[in-house]
Design a protein around this ligand. Structure first.
Ligand SMILES: [Zn+2]
Length: 135
């Protein structure tokens, strides 16, 4: 499949969203790790309140070696705990869908809270913008 970066973003974010659908949590989150630009190597979703978050589940399923260009697609900006996990793996870029949990009105703005962790570690992050604004 050849395509622009936008097409890939759409494809991988759809995979993260699909993973979120497997979650039994009342505020589902899904994540997917991609390497070599276009290979999905792992997915994850959050469990019930005390279980690991989607990002951690995805990271735990694979061994991330050096010299790879790992990216993580996640439906919610990672919390501080996950952000710290991410910077200690080889993930170089995080593409997120929402800054805060859309299921709660007063949810934490995770971008505000966790982005300094990424900034300090040099992990890039950007918001996924759907091509058609239906969602
Ligand atoms: Zn988390």
């Amino acid at each position: 499949m050849a395509g622009s970066e936008e097409d890939w973003d759409e494809y991988f974010m759809a995979e993260a969203i699909r993973s979120a659908d497997e979650s039994k949590n009342t505020s589902p989150v899904g994540a997917c790790i991609v390497k070599d630009k276009n290979k999905i190597i792992s997915t994850g979703y959050n469990g019930r309140s005390n279980d690991p978050h989607a990002e951690v589940m995805a990271i735990q399923k694979v061994t991330l070696s050096d010299r790879r260009d790992y990216k993580m697609y996640v439906t919610l900006f990672p919390c501080d705990v996950c952000a710290n996990k991410i910077i200690h793996t080889k993930i170089k870029e995080v593409i997120y869908k929402d800054e805060k949990n859309i299921h709660y009105v007063n949810s934490t703005n995770w971008k505000q809270k966790s982005s300094p962790i990424f900034n300090k570690a040099g992990v890039a992050y950007r918001q996924y913008i759907p091509k058609n604004n239906e969602k």
